[in-house]
Design a binder for this molecule. Structure first.
Ligand code: PGA
Length: 252
């Protein structure tokens, strides 16, 4: 049985005070009941404080991006070991906003994934197609290219220590959520492609859905056999909204 994971991607939102309040609200609401694994990914300046606040609670902390380099003359970048140093366990790599707005290629994302793993972080590899790609029938080709770059670089066994998030670009921040069937189809495709390399790794791999996931659509998505959790943007910025999805993951 794969442990469910509900991850919040705060993107470039909030403040020191707002992140303290949000984390306090989430931790309060998680309570003692056995639920999914939970994770928040705050902006870089707040990572250390959030990690300190979350220490000793069930809430894990991750970053939204990482350098593929270990150290050196890379102004503005953050090394994987630095993230570990301040208490991160996870890092998002290849989010569609990084790919489209900052030109990250699949090869670069694969290098970040490998660097993150070498430092002991669990990468959350994001894959997903644009609307034009979906409409032209290219969804599987796009997702396969993004996944295959990591498989070629790090090998299928590396996915035993990673999470994959399917985030259709057209559903991110748009309120236009993929139907449970649309998401399930791509999740099954991803798991199948991993299974071609290693059936055991595929069976244990956690696949998150991301794109306008909310408390009301989460139950339908999480009821699908290959959807193991969510990567939540907008609905991770309010404790009540995030906790509604956590609750859905505990019962669906
Ligand atoms: P959204 O963002 O939930 O606001 O659509 C998801 C994401 O980009 O990770």
């Amino acid at each position: 049985m794969r442990k469910r994971l509900i991850a919040g991607n705060w993107k470039m939102n909030g403040s020191a005070a707002a992140s303290r309040e949000l984390v306090a609200g989430i931790v309060d609401g998680l309570g003692a009941a056995e639920g999914p694994e939970t994770l928040v990914c705050p902006p870089f300046p707040y990572l250390a404080a959030v990690a300190a606040q979350a220490e000793g609670t069930p809430l894990a902390v991750g970053a939204q991006n990482v350098s593929e380099h270990a150290s050196g003359a890379y102004t503005g970048e953050t090394a994987p070991a630095m993230l570990v140093d301040v208490g991160c366990r996870y890092v998002i790599v290849g989010h569609s906003e990084r790919r489209s707005l900052y030109g990250e290629t699949s090869a670069q994302v694969a290098a970040k994934y490998a660097a993150a793993q070498s430092a002991g972080l669990t990468p959350i590899l994001c894959v997903g197609e644009s609307l034009a790609e979906r409409e032209s029938g290219a969804t599987e080709d796009v997702v396969a290219e993004q996944l295959d770059a990591v498989l070629a670089h790090s090998g299928v066994a590396s996915l035993a220590k990673a999470v994959v998030a399917y985030e259709p670009v057209w559903a991110i921040g748009t309120g236009r959520v993929a139907t449970p069937e649309q998401a399930q189809d791509v999740h099954a495709f991803i798991r199948g492609r991993v299974a071609d390399g290693d059936a055991g790794v595929a069976a244990g791999l956690r696949l998150l859905y991301g794109g306008s996931m909310k408390g009301d659509n989460a139950p339908g998505l999480l009821a699908m056999p290959d959807i193991d959790g969510g990567l939540i943007g907008g609905a991770s910025l309010k404790a009540a909204d995030f906790l509604a999805i956590v609750a859905a993951a505990a019962t669906n």
